[in-house]
Each structure stands twice: as C-alpha cells, then as structure tokens.
Design a protein around this ligand. Structure first.
Ligand SMILES: [Zn+2]
Length: 155
C-alpha cells in the first residue's frame, strides 16, 4: 500500500524534526499532497494513525493540504491550474502541455510542537490565549484584603 510507506516516512520525518527541536512530542502535522501524487487523503489518514503509534507523533492532528495541478503554457507564458487531470491542456488556449509545475507534492509542510513543557496537554491554539488582564486590577485586590494596620498597636 503506497499510503502506508508515505505515512511512515512522514511520521519519521516529523519525529526527527521534533527531536531536533527538543520536543517530546508533536501536536500537529501539516502535509502537502499534490493531486498527482497518487496519495488518497482518506487512506493516508488511516495509515498515518497506524504509523504514528508508539512515536512522538502519536495523537497529533494530521492536516492535509491538497495541492491542485498547475501547468505552464509556453504559448500563454503563464502557469495556470488545470481544470481536469484527464486532459493536460492549457486552460486558457487549450494547447496540450505536459509542463506540470504543481500537483506532484508529497511533503511535510510543517509540524507543531508544544511551546511550553508545563502545558504539554494544552492544544497549540490555546498557547496564545486571551489577552492579559489590565494591570489596574492589582490595587483593588490589595484593598479588598487590607493588611493589619499599625493604628491598633499605636493606640
Ligand atoms: Zn495557453
């Protein structure tokens, strides 16, 4: 199965990248899959779960970005997305072209690792979090818990 070897390769690459970054695990993998790469996203997701077991990538979200096919037409001197992969023709002038510039991708685009080891279980999105409370609140907190004043002792 083609997808399984692809999945193992992605998991291995992501695990190595995490190790180099000093991270114990990966929270998210982003991969770019060209339409012409013969990898089916559904099959890849299934194989990915198998391949990730027991690795730092286990449990990480897999985000697949499908890359459309783009061909270059020497006549129009433009790179244009193909309307159908049944016919490799310039979408603008209709001339046949075999100059494929995009759509064969099969690569790990990026990984996400926990940014703080203290919050390893928190999703990466929450790391940015809500804005900090304004500092004006600090004096009012002090007022609500008054410390024993010197006035009682001095009397
Ligand atoms: Zn053309």
């Amino acid at each position: 199965m083609h997808e399984l070897s692809v999945a193992y390769h992605l998991v291995q690459t992501a695990s190595e990248a995490a190790r180099r970054a000093g991270a114990a695990r990966v929270t998210c993998l982003r991969v770019r899959i060209g339409v012409l790469s013969c990898v089916h996203p559904d099959a890849l997701e299934f194989c990915y779960e198998l391949a990730a077991q027991g690795t730092p990538v286990e449990g990480a979200r897999l985000v697949i970005e499908e890359v459309p096919v783009e061909v270059y037409c020497p006549r129009c001197r433009r790179q244009l997305p193909l309307k159908t992969i049944q016919k490799f023709c310039c979408p603008q002038c209709g001339r046949p072209t075999a100059d494929v510039r995009r759509g064969k991708e099969l690569e790990l685009a990026s990984i996400e690792i926990p940014s703080s080891h203290q919050h390893e279980d928190a999703p990466a999105k929450d790391v940015q979090g809500p804005p900090l409370e304004p500092p004006q609140e600090q004096p009012s907190q002090a007022d609500s818990f008054p410390l024993a004043s010197d006035s009682q002792e001095s009397v």
